[in-house]
Design a protein around this ligand. Structure first.
Ligand code: IMP
Ligand code: MG
Length: 182
């Protein structure tokens, strides 16, 4: 098992890249099954920064015309959610009357998605769907049901494949979990 040190914390391999890619194949197939042949041009909304790698991998596999729009939201400080969602950068294009597929790295408490759904409604989206690479079912609010989930994980802090610890670790190609023994 490989270990990496990021600032004061040690992380160990949790989900190897091949497994992540397979899970993305499967979730992309589900999105394709629902959107293939559509006559509109759905928007893929990349929630920066965490979702950048997942969005790229998902997009490569989609078999319908889609438009990429980004937004930047932040809520984490260190390994904990602050509970407040801040919009660090607004929507990069208009979404009025469009179907929007929210592409998230991870749904934890669900606060970010809830805030996002409000933003999308305010901007006149026709409909929104949630596609997340990871879901922490134990910590997620029960009234939230993501439409597409690539992988479910326990309520532990993870990094890699776009996810960070105080902005580092995003470039790791595998996903790592905090090692409490180290
Ligand atoms: P939520 O608002 O609690 O659902 O948290 C969602 C956001 O917090 C995600 O989009 C991530 O950017 C970040 N986040 C949640 N859990 C983790 C984690 O385990 N590692 C790194 N970032 C996380
Ligand atoms: Mg995120």
């Amino acid at each position: 098992m490989e270990r990496v040190k990021l600032f004061d914390k040690t992380f160990k391999t949790f989900i190897p890249n091949e497994e992540i890619e397979k899970a993305i194949d499967n979730v992309a197939e589900k999105v394709n099954a629902d959107f293939r042949g559509c006559t509109d041009i759905p928007i893929l909304l990349c929630v920066l920064n965490g979702s950048i790698m997942f969005t790229a991998e998902l997009m490569k596999r989609l078999e319908f015309n889609c438009e990429l729009v980004s937004i930047k939201l932040t809520s984490y400080c260190g390994t904990e959610s602050t509970g407040k969602v801040r919009q660090a950068m607004g929507l990069t294009a208009g979404i009025k009357g469009r179907r929007v597929i929210i592409v998230e790295d991870i749904v934890d408490s669900g606060n970010t998605i809830l805030e996002l759904q409000k933003i999308l409604a305010d901007h006149g989206a026709a409909a929104s769907y949630i596609c997340t690479m990871l879901l922490k079912p134990e910590s997620c609010r029960k009234d939230l049901h993501p439409d597409y989930v690539a992988m479910e994980i326990p309520n532990d802090f993870i990094v890699g494949f776009g996810l960070d610890y105080n902005e580092i670790g995003r470039n790791l190609k595998d996903i790592y979990v905090l090692d409490p023994e180290a």
